[in-house]
Write a protein of this length. Structure first.
Length: 279
């Protein structure tokens, strides 16, 4: 399904003050496309995911999925969060079957469907294990299988690999691309990681610091699998970091209450309380 976000704005109340999170955001994700949202902490990326999922409503603007306005949550749009959020009392298989059971799918069919997606994420040998017996990467595999088992047309991924070590993250990135190539859902993927965004996506939307606005849209246009040392890929990363340098500096100034100057865009990766951006 195609996703159309048209002139969307969103604010929240915080300690009696109005905080504008998103301002006049417009973007599209074509059917079967893999698109990433990239921007500094607090720029509204997760809020936008919640709006498209129907978990929140915009203050202004329209969100269409498949040409229809989003009026609330729907099984055609599934969110995978940073926290796998598995039910600890259910086995791996039980967790993947849960959404299918809630949807009224017959036992034999839901078992077969759950097993199909557990095989895709290489967990068919762990169907009887429980979440406390799994590594962080395995838990995220279960969360992805649970989402895909519902066969959503739109998969919304809110920093699903952020808490994982670099090696596990790389493995899951490759697995996600393999699954996407097979099932071809429309994917909107939120990340702070520039390499992740450019390595996975057809297009990258760069979001400004709060209030979030579209700063740039960058088609990647490189064949997959992409090599980390590809000169064209590195050029995309450098250009995106250049765009984000000012945005990260704004976040530092806001949070520290002082002026912070970065001599060049590469310092947009400097550690700090803003969580910034990661190359």
């Amino acid at each position: 399904m195609r996703v159309d976000v048209q002139h969307v704005s969103k604010s929240f109340q915080h300690h009696g003050a109005t905080v504008e999170v998103l301002q006049d955001i417009s973007l599209t994700v074509d059917e079967g496309e893999f698109v990433s949202l990239l921007g500094p902490s607090g720029c509204g990326k997760s809020t936008l995911i919640h709006l498209i999922a129907g978990l929140e409503r915009p203050d202004a603007g329209t969100i269409l999925v498949g040409g229809r306005p989003v009026a609330g949550p729907h099984p055609s749009r599934i969110v995978v969060f940073q926290d796998a959020a598995l039910f600890p009392w259910l086995s791996v298989l039980g967790n993947v079957e849960f959404g299918l059971r809630m949807a009224g799918v017959a036992p034999a069919r839901r078992r077969a469907q759950a097993m199909e997606y557990l095989r895709l994420v290489h967990l068919s040998k762990f169907v009887h294990a429980y979440p406390h017996q799994l590594s962080g990467g395995m838990k995220q595999r279960v969360a992805i299988a649970r989402a895909l088992a519902l066969q959503p047309e739109v998969l919304l991924m809110d920093e699903p690999f952020a808490a994982l070590d670099a090696q596990t993250r790389a493995v899951l990135q490759n697995e996600l691309l393999e699954i996407w190539a097979l099932a071809r859902p429309t994917i909107l993927f939120v990340t702070h990681n520039v390499r992740e965004a450019t390595g996975l996506s057809d297009r990258v939307y760069v979001i400004s610091s709060r209030p979030g606005q579209i700063r740039d849209v960058r088609p990647i246009g490189l064949p997959r699998p992409r090599q980390a040392d590809d000169a064209a890929l590195l050029a995309h990363q450098h250009q995106i970091l250049g765009l984000l340098g000012d945005e990260v500096e704004k976040v530092f100034r806001e949070e520290l209450g002082e002026t912070v100057h970065f001599p060049d865009a590469q310092h947009a990766n400097a550690p700090g309380p803003s969580k910034g951006m990661h190359l």
